[in-house]
Design a protein around this ligand. Sequence first.
Ligand SMILES: C[S@@+](CC[C@H](N)C(=O)[O-])C[C@H]1O[C@@H](n2cnc3c(N)ncnc32)[C@H](O)[C@@H]1O
Length: 250
Amino acid sequence: MGDKKLYTREEFENLRIESAREMAKDQELCQEALNVLVRADHYRWIHQTNWLGEPCLNLPQDMFALQEIIYKTRPKFIIELGVAWGGSLLFYSTLMEVLGGERIIGVDIYLPENLKERLASHGKLSERLILINGSSIEQDTLGRVKAIVGDCREVMVMLDSYHTHDHVLKELHLYSPLVGKGCYLICGDTVVEDIPEQEHRSRPWGPGNNPKTALRQFLKENDRFEVDHYYDQKLLLTCSPGGYLRAVKE
Ligand SMILES: C[S@@+](CC[C@H](N)C(=O)[O-])C[C@H]1O[C@@H](n2cnc3c(N)ncnc32)[C@H](O)[C@@H]1O
């Protein structure tokens, strides 16, 4: 604001939306940002974020975007497939403490006792958490999630478990019907498509077989969701480019 103009809130909103759109057109800048992410990945950069002492395996940029989505859409339920250390669950619960909401459901195949104890040690924030031990793509797991959510469609879903094409595509088919119009489904770690085959960290997924490829196929078959490009455009550095989906139909 070097010209010292005082903007109204609405003008400032329009200004930054337009600026984000312009930034996204700067291919050189976007490539430089991706280069930073790819190089920093060698040093576990995306593992360096904490919330209330527990790691969130996501960039602060993406955590802030999630906060904006939760503020905007006020989901009653948040379902996260893939818990890891649980920092993200505590992050969602902190927001729900302020904004309201019912439950946060975390699904993982590996939930050791010491993780459950740590996640249960946060007073009111812990009371909202429900952990389900099971594979996200098992019907039994989905049934347990549905039994908690009931008929409510004010649901946000975060897919962040096993990042192969087939697994994520199944998750998209199984969990997208829970997300009602106006709410968000986030397909995490789509950036895997843009990261060259990893030698330092060998994984069953990589370019050509990852959340982004699954999402592309899903969007060809499904017209209930649209990519919210505002997040792509403004984040610049993100683990989930093109992964922020808004339900546009019931
Ligand atoms: C990327 S981490 C999740 C990070 C977490 N969402 C966060 O923001 O900190 C992936 C997790 O998925 C879990 N996982 C792997 N296969 C799974 C499956 N079939 N069903 C559910 N969780 C799975 C792993 O045990 C691991 O904890």
